[in-house]
Design a protein around this ligand. Structure first.
Ligand code: PEP
Length: 250
């Protein structure tokens, strides 16, 4: 069976002091979570702090993006090798905010996916449709296009070594959550699409839901058969909320 994963996406939030308080709080509650993996994806500058505080604990840490290049004259970028050196287990790839504000195309996202895996950092590939796309009945076509771009460059076997996050863009940071049935429908689509390429990969890969998941709605979303965890934005900044979501998973 797939072990659930609850991953926090802190986005561009925090100070040195608040990061320490948040991580200390999570560490004091983590022993009650037995049946889920837990991770936090933090701003780059806080990765050393996370590594120091979380090393040897049940909480993994990761980044929110990664460069597609290995090294060189790419001002402002951070490579997968650098993330690995600081113990990152995960890197978010293709988050909708990266796609919409920074122009990360499907092809760029796929290259980042490959770069992360090359250095042993597990990509969390974010896919999901805009509200207008859902209203036009294009949800599955959009998700398929985003998945196919990664499979084309990385190959289907690489998907087994990744995590997929279905995040309907209209649900991110808006307080509008997909209903459990809406989430399950797209998660099942993703798994079936993968199964058509490789049934074993489809069965093993974790597909997280993201989009205004909180302590109140987590249990129902996580009880869906193809929802294997959550990618949590706003609620991951609050110790009790995040721990309660983790408890709902396991
Ligand atoms: C996210 O940024 O990945 C996310 C799901 O945000 P929120 O939980 O705040 O909607």
């Amino acid at each position: 069976m797939r072990r659930p994963l609850i991953a926090g996406n802190w986005k561009m939030n925090g100070t040195r002091a608040s990061v320490r308080t948040l991580l200390d709080g999570l560490l004091s509650g983590i022993s009650s979570i037995k049946n889920a993996d837990v991770a936090v994806c933090v701003p780059y500058v806080f990765i050393p702090e996370a590594a120091q505080l979380l090393a040897g604990t049940a909480i993994a840490w990761g980044a929110q993006d990664v460069a597609k290049e290995e090294s060189g004259a790419y001002t402002g970028e951070v490579s997968a090798g650098m993330l690995k050196e600081f113990g990152c287990r995960y890197a978010l790839i293709g988050h909708s905010e990266r796609r919409s504000y920074y122009g990360d195309s499907d092809a760029v996202v796929a290259q980042k996916f490959v770069a992360a895996q090359k250095h042993g950092v597990t990509p969390v590939l974010c896919v999901g449709e805009l509200l207008a796309e859902r209203e036009q009945g294009q949800t599955e076509a959009v998700v398929e296009r985003q998945l196919a771009a990664a499979v084309k460059i990385a190959g289907i076997a690489a998907i087994a070594q990744s995590v997929i996050a279905y995040e309907p863009v209209w649900a991110i940071g808006t307080g509008k959550t997909a209903t459990p049935a809406q989430a399950q429908q797209v998660h099942a689509f993703i798994r079936n699409w993968l199964a058509a390429h490789d049934p074993a990969t489809a069965q093993s890969v974790r597909v997280l839901y993201g989009g205004s998941m909180n302590a109140a709605n987590a249990a129902e979303l996580l009880s869906q058969p193809d929802v294997d965890g959550g990618l949590i934005g706003g609620a991951s900044l609050k110790v009790d909320d995040f721990l309660n979501i983790c408890r709902a998973a396991g």
